[in-house]
Design a protein around this ligand. Structure first.
Ligand code: PAF
Length: 285
């Protein structure tokens, strides 16, 4: 496994391999790997001749007062895990190469980033789509793999790729959960043992929603009120949003007649977690 720190060197590597007819799969990450990341890498391994994993804690997707400085980092451990998973290249560009002092361009996907996390983190998705667009233009992958836990991010990236005619296949991978249902996230590291227990209310609330949906409930108001009451019963949890939206437009809907995502964000103590499930009437036929 090679570690590449410079943009130029990464471009030279990609140009050479593409010139020889090889395909590249890219897994963009901010590092501090957990088994969810490794599952994305395994998919990347299956898709491309070469597997590149970027590790870049992207400052432009963090708002003021968020955890950019504190975001967990452990390059040595990440390199070891990546090597064991069959990664060919770790790409870790320095911040001042990605965003030199005269940097001016950003990619803003307008509609699908307005709702959900876009309300409480207004500049977040602009930072995400900008850095992902830059990574695509540097690494030139044929495939890029993302987790479905960040559902809105995945929808925004698909929209960007379609709007800008970027020649890459976006692959979404299912949420990787602990045995008790907690969705894996690098931010779970911030949770105290009590908060870790409290965080399970999120999965419990989603399972209750699924149960109601399977029993035939189609009114979002009814489902959302049950979900919220389960989360509100947990003292350490504070809801940011719980919504049911169309999977493509991410607009709120009132009655579930099409494929929808039930997405939520909540603070557990000081840690903001997100999770989601798909509710699709055609799964119940
Ligand atoms: O999902 C993430 O880890 C980040 O948002 C991404 C896609 C690597 C962009 O910085």
């Amino acid at each position: 496994m090679q570690t590449i720190n410079s943009i130029k060197e990464m471009q030279t590597f990609s140009n050479r391999e593409m010139g020889e007819g090889k395909t590249i799969a890219l897994v963009p990450t901010m590092g501090f790997f957990h088994p969810g990341h490794l599952s994305l890498m395994e998919e990347g391994r299956r898709r491309g001749d070469f597997l590149v994993v970027s590790i870049f804690v992207n400052p432009t997707q963090f708002g003021a007062g968020e955890d950019y400085e504190d975001y967990p980092r452990d390059m040595e451990r990440d390199q070891k895990l990546a090597e064991e998973t069959g990664v060919d290249v770790i790409f870790t560009p320095p911040v001042d190469e990605m965003y030199p002092s005269d940097y001016q361009t950003c990619v803003n996907v307008e509609e699908v980033t307005r709702n959900l996390c876009g309300i409480s983190r207004p500049a977040h998705f602009r930072g995400v789509t900008t850095v992902v667009c830059k990574l695509f233009s540097i690494v030139k992958p044929s495939f890029a793999i993302f987790g479905e836990k960040d559902f809105q991010q995945l929808v925004a990236i698909r929209q960007m790729v379609s709007d800008l005619n970027i020649d890459v296949k976006i692959v979404g991978m299912p949420i990787y959960r602990e045995e008790d249902g907690l969705a894996l996230s690098s931010r779970n590291k911030y949770l105290t043992p009590d908060e870790r227990k409290a965080a399970l209310c999120l999965f419990r609330s989603l399972m209750r929603a699924k149960e109601l949906f399977r029993q035939g409930e189609r009114k979002t108001e009814e489902i959302l009120s049950e979900v919220m009451s389960i989360i509100k019963a947990e003292q350490l949890a504070e809801i940011d949003y719980v919504k049911i939206c169309d999977v493509k437009t991410l607009k709120d809907i009132e009655q579930i007649n099409q494929e929808t995502v039930l997405a939520l964000a909540a603070k557990i103590g000081k840690t903001r977690l997100i999770d989601n499930i798909i509710l699709n009437p055609s799964d119940c036929i």
